[in-house]
Design a protein around this ligand. Structure first.
Ligand code: AMP
Ligand code: MN
Ligand code: MN
Length: 320
């Protein structure tokens, strides 16, 4: 069932001890949304715990509370909130089937591929989940402070790549305006999100770009495991390079294939406005948005690349 911000606020207020879960391979939106909601609930005297399977990325690492995320948070909670996770697998090991949950699972998300896996689902077509969390904070009756605003603006800025994606709307800007007026520093947040790349990562991108290929409007590049630094978490290398690929003029859609050490290939897909790649990601077991989607597929780098490039070529031929 699709819910409303006020229904979600009402449900949250019924519970005392709440776990907020960010998605695996987290980004600024899932972390910023979780923390924005956490600080709002704490201002109302609620006990809030933070959970995430993977480490917080650089773009969100300086946010107040970013060091609280645990991959094994306590399970004796009254309610669980998943933010920015389009399906239960995105909650990783922190997902519990309904029979094993003490309280409700509340899903707050903005992915068009979200099928509504929670007991309450607040799924809206916004540029970032943080935009929806702002509505929930309003419905909770919490007035914005600089901490909540900073967390939520980080979500909006990172998911819109600095208000440049096709998903950016007048509402995203209105939300950002309110968050800045409440004390969030846009320049600091943007610097944290976009201007902190390591030279070694750019060199890695250079290597991948040198070998990139394009056919019929489909551009792709690869990051074989042997090129990656040990302990690499995909999000930090992959998402930025995927966004960069999509800036190539002739590319209609682009894909980055990153070989993981668990036998899966991480696929980051991007599209120019007018194309919708979320269906291709969904077909390969992932999900996402029209312009940015992804999946993790079992197989060899060459095998997965061939299958996905094939699907994207068909998409360009039909949607173009
Ligand atoms: P990325 O390429 O990792 O930056 O992801 C682009 C978009 O696709 C983001 O909105 C992700 O949440 C989404 N996405 C990536 N992988 C998956 C997956 N396995 N399942 C669902 N959504 C995904
Ligand atoms: Mn996300
Ligand atoms: Mn998001």
């Amino acid at each position: 069932m699709v819910s409303t911000p006020s229904r979600i606020a009402e449900e949250l207020l019924r519970h005392r001890r709440i776990l907020i879960v960010s998605h695996v391979d987290p980004d600024g939106d899932t972390i910023g949304s979780a923390l924005g909601l956490a600080w709002a609930l704490r201002s109302l005297g609620r006990e809030v715990l933070m959970g995430c399977d993977d480490p917080v990325p650089e773009e969100a690492a300086a946010l107040p509370g970013a060091d609280e995320f645990s991959s094994s948070p306590p399970q004796d909670v009254d309610a669980i909130v998943a933010v920015d996770a389009s399906d239960e697998r995105r909650m990783g090991s922190l997902f519990r089937p309904s029979a094993e949950r003490g309280g409700p699972l509340i899903v707050i998300d903005h992915h068009i591929t979200n099928g509504g896996y929670g007991d309450l689902n607040l799924v809206m077509d916004t540029s970032a989940t943080a935009e929806i969390v702002l509505l929930v904070v309003d419905a909770l009756g919490v007035s914005l402070d600089a901490t909540i605003a900073r967390c939520l603006l980080t979500g909006v800025v990172t998911d819109t790549q600095g208000f440049r994606t096709a998903s950016t709307t007048a509402n995203s800007l209105a939300a950002a305006q309110r968050l800045m007026a409440a004390g969030a520093d846009l320049v600091e947040i943007s610097n944290q999100a976009f201007n902190r790349r390591s030279l070694s990562m750019l060199s890695l991108w250079g290597r991948a770009l040198t070998a990139a290929e394009m056919r019929s409007g489909v551009l792709w590049a690869e990051l074989p495991l042997a090129w990656l630094p040990q302990g690499n978490s995909d999000g930090q290398v992959g998402s930025g390079l995927a966004n960069l690929l999509n800036t190539v003029r002739e590319a209609r859609v682009s894909a980055l294939f990153t070989e993981q050490d668990d036998g899966l290939i991480d696929v980051s897909i991007r599209a120019k406005p007018g194309y919708d790649v979320s269906g291709v990601a969904l077909a390969f077991g992932g999900g996402g948005h029209a312009g940015a989607a992804g999946c993790q597929v079992k197989g060899s780098l060459a095998g997965v690349r061939e299958a996905v490039v094939d699907a994207l070529t068909r998409l360009v031929n039909t949607q173009g």
